[in-house]
Design a protein around this ligand. Sequence first.
Ligand code: LER
Ligand code: MN
Length: 270
Amino acid sequence: MRSAITISLVPETKGGPFVYWDGLADGFARAAKLGFDAVEIFPSSAEELDAREIKSLCAQHNLKVAAIGTGAGWVKHKLRLTDPDATVRRRAQEFIAAIVDFAGSFGAPAILGSMQGRWEGSVSREQALAWLAEALEQLGPRAHAQGVPLLYEFLNRYETNLFNRVSDSLEFLKTLRTQNVKLLCDLFHMNIEESDVAAALRLAGPKLGHVHFADSNRRAIGLGHTDMKPVMAALRDIGYDGYLSAEVFALPDSRSAAAQTIAAFRKSVP
Ligand code: LER
Ligand code: MN
């Protein structure tokens, strides 16, 4: 397992669960100094990202890109895959596709989380899931063409009413033709929704593609009340060899959250 830490480039998400906030050069330098393996980037859009700049930062600091998030598509641009308006759905899919392509060129997956949206109003659950499936059938193969999976992140009940747990998410993924969608398990969401986080990770097994490494209160691991022993045992037992990526609040500040995370990572993955 490898360590990663988040950098948000989106001012609208200020106060959200990301560790570094002062640009890529700052985030890469700080992550490298602490010995992280990779960074996870949360951009406003693919267009905002400069591939040459990121390539040179990766080389300079010997860091990889763990994943790139698409959440700004919702937070900033109000795009979601289950919007009743067909134009919004199409733009949402294009927004994610551009990030899939960009991330793929770094050997990294894109994350579909908040942009899944929710069923409500005129949109039935059945309809929302059909639109979500349709999008995944396009985006999964698109990621495959880049040699990476697409990460589907189920969220807690306050952020989506589509899928909140590993078991339901897996059942849904099984109905797809594409086999290239993997699960992103965010330990914070799981702490709210799963009765047994470790058992849920075991259930995910080979379908687990990425982990958001966050404690029960969405602070750095060790600053909440999640018992990491069974969680790490489950990850080891299923042979998970991907990233543990700190998507946590910069509390009490970025520096402490990052230092606490790398210490917790080293304790968890000796
Ligand atoms: C949102 O709560 C979250 O966990 C993000 O990773 C989804 O984009
Ligand atoms: Mn997450």
